[in-house]
Design a protein around this ligand. Structure first.
Ligand code: SME
Length: 171
């Protein structure tokens, strides 16, 4: 179990994600329960980079996203597929990098301080869309293709077999 938080702000971008991924695997210790993974990943991304908001919107019901584990200021609760950056990424199942949220039609401003954003679709082992990972920054143009590729790699953990350790034997 990793004992401490890490700060990756001083590292080159690619190294930062490798360090976070290593830390995530240590922290998860084989656990693949999706809610536990979402909570742990949100925590590491938020504190590791010092972002404004980092977390998940889960697919619940028909074409509806509901806020899931996150770190940061209060997130909007529900987002319909096709609405905002999250809903568009979910509907189109593609990563969206927004250098300036003011230019994205229908951007949903949960926190007025947000200037740039990235949203990455999350799929399970069977290829079903289960969530989107959303990260918001107070600075413009925080995210680019390197973040997109690294985060897409990071969320592949949700497609791994469930590694929740078996319950201890009952006496
Ligand atoms: N800005 C997002 C909404 C979620 S919050 O930023 C946490 C969007 O436009 O989908």
């Amino acid at each position: 179990m990793a004992e401490t938080m890490i700060d990756v702000r001083e590292l080159p971008r690619d190294e930062a994600y490798v360090a976070l991924e290593d830390h995530l695997q240590l922290a998860l210790d084989g656990i693949r329960d999706p809610i536990a993974v979402m909570a742990t990943m949100s925590c590491l991304l938020y504190h590791g980079f010092g972002h404004l908001w980092a977390g998940f919107y889960r697919v619940v019901g028909r074409e509806r996203l509901l806020v899931g584990p996150y770190q940061g200021s209060l997130g909007c609760l529900e987002i319909a597929f096709g609405r905002g950056v999250c809903g568009t990424a979910a509907a189109e199942r593609r990563t969206i990098v927004v250098p300036d949220v003011g230019t994205f039609p229908g951007h949903i401003a949960c926190d007025a301080r947000a200037r740039s954003e990235i949203v990455v679709p999350v799929t399970d082992r069977g290829g079903a869309l289960i969530a989107v990972l959303d990260i918001d920054s107070e600075s413009p143009s925080t995210f680019d293709d390197r973040d997109a590729r690294a985060l897409e790699r990071l969320v592949r953990v949700f497609a791994e077999p469930d590694g929740v350790p078996p319950a201890p034997p009952r006496r």
